[in-house]
Design a protein around this ligand. Structure first.
Ligand SMILES: [Mn+2]
Length: 347
């Protein structure tokens, strides 16, 4: 995997390519989006190599021939990648460093696409954000697990779309790879060549379906089928513990903010509503057993607003946020949400 990523980056930097193929996830850049983009770009690269191999048996290729490159784009600015703690965790366990990845602000994507005969694959989304609208004319493939939304659908009629409501986009990515592999090789060849891809797809399905939890009811029969397929390749010694352990490690990684600065914490789980940025972060506070729940809650709210709620300098704090609370196992869970303008999110 690293070999492919390093070679791709090298060709991109030295402009040593014929055409650019981009695989890009949605701007939450969560595990599903990131893994879908990395694995599918890696597959497209592998697929093109297989086709080249078959061709070169018949044709003598010039050594200098430039080939297409296949780049997974993590749809977040490089400085914000640290906020995606479960993504950094999973990639780290597979020895994938952020220096070999391409983030959306690393290159002028518009320029990259405009100068070449480029193709874009959208994974884990099919409705483009305003700032990604320029991708639309280049989209040749879509793989998404959200319900079909045709508002603003401006893609070419020839664009291939795989849209099916399942728990995790990685399920559809794995299925598409199986389907496309069959005509050029055996359907297991890609997964055998890149076991890291099988594992990352498996991990993401486990996290997104909460280990196929019946309570959360996110997994569909298709997710289960692909999970079992991936496990037939991974062959864990103890399936149940393997899944449970993965879920626990990934959930812990997602909520592990110990490495983040205060400014990064505000940007983690940031929701963007139009031009308004809404940072939220849940925290646990030990419940105070005195007074009524309402008073108790108001007291905590006051303490928090004094102690931990730093509004940007010169701004009027009043009416800018709200605190939602509830009790859980003796702890009060409080969710603070504050409305800040863009400059307020910078240290
Ligand atoms: Mn998803």
């Amino acid at each position: 995997m690293n070999e492919y990523l390093v070679a791709t980056l090298d060709k991109l930097r030295t402009k040593n390519y014929a055409n650019v193929n981009i695989v890009i996830g949605n701007e939450s850049c969560d595990l599903d989006s990131s893994v879908s983009a990395i694995v599918y770009a890696c597959f497209l690269y592998w697929q093109s190599k297989q086709i080249k191999c078959n061709e070169s048996m018949n044709v003598n290729r010039d050594e200098q021939t430039k080939y297409d490159i296949f780049i997974p784009i993590l749809n977040v600015n490089r400085e914000d990648f640290a906020l995606k703690t479960e993504v950094t965790y999973l990639l780290k366990t597979h020895g994938i460093d952020k220096n070999v990845l391409v983030f959306r602000d690393d290159y002028d994507l518009k320029g990259l696409l405009a100068n070449t005969n480029s193709k874009v694959t959208l994974v884990d989304h099919h409705v483009l954000s305003t700032k990604d609208q320029f991708l639309a004319p280049f989209v040749t493939e879509i793989i998404d697990h959200r319900p079909l939304d045709k508002t603003g659908w401006t893609y070419n009629d020839s664009a291939h779309s795989t849209i099916e409501v399942v728990g995790c986009c990685c399920t559809l990515v794995a299925q598409r790879i199986k389907d496309l592999s069959s005509p050029i090789a055996k359907d297991l060849d890609f997964f055998n060549a890149y076991p890291v891809c099988s594992d990352m797809l498996h991990s993401t399905i486990i996290l997104d379906t909460i280990n196929l939890s019946k309570t959360f009811n996110k997994a569909t029969p298709h997710d289960v089928k692909i999970l079992l397929f991936l496990e037939s390749l991974i062959k864990p010694a103890d399936y149940e513990n393997y899944r449970k352990g993965k879920l626990e490690r990934l959930t812990n990684a997602r909520s592990d903010v110990s490495e983040l600065t205060a400014a990064q914490l505000l940007r983690k789980d940031l929701k963007i509503v139009g031009e308004v940025l809404v940072p939220t972060f849940p925290i646990l506070v030990q419940a105070r057993r005195t007074g009524s729940v309402a008073n108790d809650f108001n007291a905590t709210k006051l303490q928090l607003s004094r102690a931990a709620w730093h509004a940007p300098q010169g701004s009027n704090e009043e009416g800018r946020g709200c605190i939602l609370g509830g009790y859980h196992e003796g702890y009060k869970i409080i969710k603070i949400s504050a409305r800040l303008d863009r400059s307020g999110l910078r240290p």
